[in-house]
Ligand binder design. Structure first.
Ligand SMILES: Nc1ncnc2c1ncn2[C@@H]1O[C@H](COP(=O)(O)OP(=O)(O)OP(=O)(O)O)[C@@H](O)[C@H]1O
Length: 627
């Protein structure tokens, strides 16, 4: 084992017996070093081998024998075929069987230096490699973390190079666009996902804000565009594209985007809910304003007063038609109660919980008819500064009452006909067709049938309106209702004005009944209200002008009856005749301040002798003051 190690050692070894000046053993490395075979070395005296350095060898040997070991670099090896070698000799003293041996190791210093340089170089190399590996590990770690961050990001992120070719896509982008990263990377991004606008028109890459990011070096933020999903559906996105620069050159862009479809859907829902809200609010406001107006103008109740045949007939007709949705046409002179009847029909119908919307067609300027009926959108015409809903829309679910329907211009009559047929219309300036659920009641003081015959009213519209006609007779045709109506109007006027109710005398009634009432119930109402306000000592005076009884000398004998009773006047009872006579006499006395006789006396006014008048006053229970 020892012998094997000895022979295999890489450095030259000589086992020397100093006392005999002999080399006991040499290894292969020694043979190469001295350029002799091992056998030759064993036969060569030590001093012969070192004849050029005997002194130094001696010192080495002595020191080894003395101290057990020694080193020397003073001994040079001479070789026949090569340069002298710079070596280190180390000597180890060994004692075997009482005899000293010295083991000399000859180390090639050059080779050792070379080895240590190599070693150093190796060390450097190893260190460099290690450093490099650490850096690589570091960067790999960073990249892995970046990848994790990019993968975890909820936003879609993709990178493109300066040619617009995709270089990177994160999983969120893959999910939003339906493409895998492998399908996108290496391909032109714009032509795959951004090639057309939402309306389908071509999107030139020259207009694309993403391209601008790296062509012009600008950061571009777009808040509503579409990217196209692999399956062809649009994905609404907002995105920011940021240029990537390298040494001052734009080498691409990174695009961070977010799918905003859901948000936009919610925004749109919200917007339409707000619009609907605004529409309903506007409608409520209008209904409210309308009702307020109605309350002001319609302070009395809707009771239809009267006990005559025509009134009974009207009440029957209301009962009959109210529960249906049939169109009703109410005819009659102004003030005969047409609107009252319309309201009574609405109140008795199933639509009573929705409003009755009245449109006074006589009060609408010609050019505003359509807008008033159907509404308009902002900007539809000069002055249309905001959307406005029309009366038909306002009446949706309720009743629309077209008062003075005969005043509607011919060109609008056809549009009205369409609404009545289809229950559909459009606001001015809007294409959207709207549907309404309305019941129509119309009123007129014109003879629409003859208007239609003269071409001033559409016949087809007339027939459609006239499904259920109701006629309101003039007051002079139902004088028996006057006392009841007068009392009714007096009661509500005094309640409204908060004044004491004056007495309605028989003479008052007689006077009211003798008047021809061209303004019908409305005129009666006004006269009563004025008289109630002006009443003195609880007594009213009416001062009826015009169509009442004139002084007798101005009239033909039969004219009194003519004035009082026109063709439609009813026949008076004896009692009514007496009331009438009382009122007549009272009026005569009041106009002469109680004077009976003489040229200006009441008897002259009445066309009778003063004595006759005195006895009449007595018989009728009237004093000279007309009481
Ligand atoms: N039979 C009646 N009973 C109680 N009030 C009545 C009656 N007829 C009319 N009136 C009252 O007389 C006034 C006028 O009636 P209304 O406005 O209905 O008439 P109109 O025919 O619609 O008039 P116009 O054609 O001028 O619009 C109202 O205050 C109404 O309440």
């Amino acid at each position: 084992m020892f012998a094997e190690a000895f022979h295999a050692d890489a450095e030259a070894l000589l086992l020397v017996r100093p006392a005999a000046n002999r080399i006991v053993q040499a290894n292969a490395a020694a043979a190469r070093l001295f350029e002799y075979s091992i056998d030759v070395l064993r036969e060569t005296p030590v001093t012969a081998l070192y004849d050029h350095a005997i002194g130094a060898l001696h010192v080495l040997t002595e020191e080894a024998l003395e101290r057990g070991h020694a080193y020397s670099r003073d001994i040079v090896i001479r070789r026949a075929r090569a340069e002298p070698l710079e070596v280190e000799h180390s000597a180890l003293a060994l004692q075997t069987a009482g005899e000293f041996h010295i083991l000399i190791r000859i180390s090639d210093l050059d080779a050792r230096r070379r080895r240590s340089i190599d070693e150093e170089a190796n060390n450097y190399h190893r260190q460099g490699l290690e450093e490099w590996r650490r850096a690589e590990r570091f960067f790999r770690e960073i990249e892995r973390e970046n990848q994790l961050i990019l993968a975890a990001a909820g936003e879609g992120i993709y990178g493109v190079n300066a040619d617009g070719v995709t270089t990177f896509v994160n999983p969120a982008a893959e999910a939003m666009l339906g493409y895998s990263a492998a399908e996108l990377v290496g391909h032109d991004m714009h032509s795959m996902v951004h090639y057309k606008h939402p309306d389908g028109s071509h999107y030139h890459s020259s207009d694309c804000p993403i391209y601008k990011a790296f062509r012009q070096g600008t950061i571009n933020t777009v808040d509503d565009e579409v990217f196209w999903h692999k399956d062809g559906h649009p994905v609404r996105v907002e995105y920011t594209s940021t240029p990537i620069s390298d040494n001052g050159a734009h080498v691409g862009a990174v695009i961070v985007f977010r799918d905003i479809s859901e948000r936009k859907r919610n925004e749109e829902k919200l917007r339409s809910a707000l619009e609907e809200n605004a529409r309903l609010r506007e409608r409520l406001e209008m209904e409210n304003a309308y009702l307020q107006e109605e309350i002001l103008t319609q302070a009395n109740h809707y009771d239809i007063i009267g006990n005559t045949g025509p009134i009974h007939k009207i009440l029957q007709q209301i009962d009959l038609v109210a529960p249906t949705d049939a169109n009703v046409l109410i005819t009659g002179e102004s003030g005969t109660g047409k609107e009252l009847v319309a309201r009574a029909i609405h109140q008795a119908s199933k639509r009573r919980d929705r409003p009755l919307i009245r449109v006074n067609c006589a009060a609408i300027p010609r050019e505003l008819f359509e807008s008033e009926f159907f509404g308009h959108v902002k900007g539809a015409f000069t002055g249309a500064v905001r959307d406005r809903i029309g009366r038909f829309e306002l009446a949706d679910g309720g009743t629309i009452f077209l008062d003075e329907v005969g005043e509607i211009p011919l060109d609008l009559q056809s549009k009205l006909l369409r609404v009545l047929q289809d229950r559909r219309f459009e606001r001015i300036g809007e294409e959207k067709t709207r549907e309404v659920d309305i019941r129509l009641i119309a009123a007129t003081n014109r003879d629409l049938k003859s208007e239609a015959a003269k071409g001033r009213f559409r016949e087809d519209l007339y027939f459609r309106l006239n499904v259920f006609p109701i006629e309101c007779l003039p007051l002079r045709a139902r004088r028996e209702d006057i006392p009841l109506l007068a009392q009714h109007f007096l009661k509500i006027a005094c309640a409204r004005l908060n004044i004491d109710e004056p007495l309605m005398t028989r003479a008052n009634i007689a006077e009211l009944k003798s008047y021809s009432w061209p303004g019908n119930a409305r005129e009666l109402q006004n006269i009563i209200e004025r008289a109630a306000i002006l009443a003195r000592n609880g007594r009213m005076e009416f001062h009826l002008q015009g169509q009442t009884v004139r002084p007798v000398e101005e009239r033909r004998p039969t004219e009194v009856a003519d004035t009082i009773d026109d063709a439609l006047a009813p026949i008076l009872t004896a009692r009514e005749m007496q009331d009438f006579e009382v009122a007549n006499v009272q009026r005569a006395l009041s106009s002469t301040n109680g004077r009976v006789s003489g040229k200006d006396g009441a008897a002259a006014l009445l066309g009778m002798k003063p004595t006759t008048l005195y006895s009449k006053l007595k018989a009728l229970g009237i004093d000279r003051n007309g009481q």
